[in-house]
Unconditional design. Structure first.
Length: 306
């Protein structure tokens, strides 16, 4: 039996002036999944999230979130969705606890003080309850924002690039919390530019120019990409990488982890390029394509797949 859908929209479109930001988007996300939302800047991810939670009204199309119509039930829907924006949106001159208490009262939650105390403990902010929000680092502000959008116990969480600009430890801890929430049945739609985060998602949706281009599990997107890759190890790779970028069949070439990685869509041309880059002590080997290769390929070729 198929899982019920937390998000089920078709033909979703939104235009600002002459610019169509979301263009006929169809999106279905089963309940309890973590869905990674990928795409370049300006691809329509943020506008889509605002349409889903009722902050914007679509010009065309429609559907449901959590079984509620995104047009008719927008007000009720916002009480069942948690939305974390890209930028820190709480009050810098209030303490951590004061910010959460304000949000709790806005939602008219019962026993707001107890709810805030519980949330502070849950996200590890108890020791910073009396600290001004302005004094928090990026990682702690991120935790405070997550706490604020979780106070009303939403069933669907929309996270718009929540870990941008925070350190690796904070990102790991944040994602551990996301995984725990999904295990408890919450649905999460999260936009990110980090491939290690995308690989932790149950499924991935990639947008470009307001349109859905590909979707599926990470290994499925890699398998369907049509990409091939070669890696070289040895001395003098910084000189070889410039030559590689200009060769037929090489779509991208870069040095990662001390190895030169070349990627393209034509395996024969790529193998020929590797042979043409032979050098003393340099060893070339075929390498499986990775999700970051697929992401960069899509960014370079932003056209809908057939």
């Amino acid at each position: 039996m198929n899982a019920p859908l937390a998000i089920d929209v078709t033909g979703l479109s939104k235009q600002f002036g002459a610019m169509r930001v979301v263009d006929g988007l169809n999106l279905a996300v089963p309940r309890g999944q973590i869905c990674g939302f990928l795409g370049g800047n300006g691809s329509g991810k943020t506008t889509t999230m605002r349409l889903l939670c009722g902050l914007l009204t679509p010009d065309a199309g429609g559907g449901t979130c959590l079984g509620r119509d995104i047009r008719r039930d927008a007000v009720r829907l916002r009480r069942e969705i948690g939305y974390m924006t890209q930028r820190f949106g709480l009050y810098a001159d209030l303490t951590v606890a004061e910010n959460l208490l304000f949000v709790a009262r806005m939602y008219a939650l019962p026993t707001p003080e107890a709810r805030v105390a519980d949330m502070l403990a849950r996200v590890g902010l108890h020791d910073r309850a009396r600290q001004l929000a302005a004094e928090l680092s990026g990682g702690w502000k991120q935790r405070l924002s997550l706490a604020a959008c979780m106070l009303h116990t939403p069933k669907l969480l929309l996270l718009d690039e929540p870990t941008a600009g925070v350190d690796a430890k904070a990102r790991r801890e944040f994602w551990d919390q996301i995984v725990d929430m999904a295990a408890d049945g919450m649905t999460v739609l999260v936009s990110t530019h980090y491939m290690d985060e995308a690989e932790r998602c149950d499924r991935i949706v990639y947008m470009a120019s307001g349109r859905l281009i590909v979707q599926g599990q990470a290994h499925e997107l890699v398998a369907r990409s049509g990409l091939s890759a070669y890696e070289a190890s040895g001395p003098g790779l910084t000189g070889l990488v410039r030559r590689a970028r200009g060769m037929a069949g090489v779509e991208s070439a870069t040095i990662i982890g001390g190895a030169l990685r070349a990627v393209g869509t034509d395996e024969a041309l790529l193998a020929a390029a590797a042979a043409g880059l032979a050098a003393p002590g340099v060893i070339w080997r075929p390498s499986p394509p990775r999700l970051d290769d697929v992401f960069l390929h899509l960014l370079r070729n932003e056209a809908p797949s057939p």
